[in-house]
Write a protein that binds this ligand. Structure first.
Ligand SMILES: NC(=O)c1ccc[n+]([C@@H]2O[C@H](COP(=O)([O-])OP(=O)(O)OC[C@H]3O[C@@H](n4cnc5c(N)ncnc54)[C@H](OP(=O)(O)O)[C@@H]3O)[C@@H](O)[C@H]2O)c1
Length: 225
């Protein structure tokens, strides 16, 4: 399983403001880059707070990219995966639309009725973990569903968990020439934070795009220090 992370952030590392609402951070060329990136993956994963804050569709916008995927024997769009212990994804969320397959990863504390309701709405549900989603187990079950690679698009809490479990192979970050500020504004990796064993990456490419820059990183294999 290959897991990549892509986010857009400000110079000061914020991925949204303290309002935690959808905020346009990158520009049109970066949207195209992300569209092409999405087209390379079997699935796009987000945490439920991102669904509640941004209500993204997580679809590919370019019909050419859809056709290209179909030509390669893939679905027109990657599947959507929401990490959502309780099943808080609203029934009306755009990811619940039928343009692409949707997986909801739940934990054992999710109510059976809610799981059933999500299934009836067309989602594929996967239960793993007691209180929170056990991402590693869920990923194994996703593999059985034909998901071999995942693009994670946020937010900071989910990315922290993935970093903490050494699961992120590639990381691309668009840095916009703006400051968002606010000590409670979400950053690329939130959660508890690291005090040692910091995940480290190697910079492989730098690309100027729109008014900002995209940094491409790959995981350093081996122990964290
Ligand atoms: N600029 C960008 O590129 C970008 C991209 C995406 C999002 N955002 C912003 O990021 C913010 C949302 O990020 P966020 O950090 O608050 O939330 P998040 O990472 O989107 O979602 C976190 C939630 O996922 C659920 N979860 C279940 N199991 C988990 C696990 N093992 N590890 C981590 N999370 C787990 C938890 O809710 P339950 O306990 O209910 O399951 C948790 O609160 C929004 O403001 C959004 O606008 C920005």
């Amino acid at each position: 399983m290959r897991i990549s992370v892509n986010v857009a952030m400000s110079i000061d590392g914020k991925i949204a403001s303290t309002l935690r609402e959808q905020l346009v951070i990158s520009g049109p060329s970066d949207f195209d880059r992300v569209d092409s990136l999405r087209a390379q993956y079997d699935a796009i994963m987000v945490g439920v707070q991102t669904i509640l804050a941004d209500d993204p569709k997580l679809l590919i916008r370019s019909e050419d990219l859809n056709s290209d995927r179909i030509g390669r024997g893939m679905s027109a769009h990657p599947a959507r995966i929401v990490v959502d212990s309780l099943g808080r994804t609203p029934n009306s969320a755009q990811v619940m639309g039928d343009d692409a397959r949707t997986f909801i990863l739940l934990s054992e504390i999710a109510e059976k009725e809610r799981i059933q309701e999500l299934k009836e709405l067309g989602a594929t549900t996967i239960v793993s973990g007691e209180e929170r989603v056990d991402i590693e187990s869920a990923i194994k079950l996703l593999k059985d569903e034909g998901i071999e690679n995942i693009l994670v698009e946020g937010g900071g809490e989910l990315i922290f968990t993935l970093m903490n479990r050494n699961l992120v192979d590639l990381l691309t970050v668009y840095i916009a020439p703006m400051i968002i500020g606010g000590e409670n504004a979400p950053t690329l990796a939130d959660g508890e934070g690291f005090v040692d064993k910091f995940p480290r990456f190697t910079l492989t490419q730098v690309q100027k795009i729109d008014d900002g820059v995209v940094l491409f990183f790959k995981k350093i294999i081996g122990d964290r220090s």
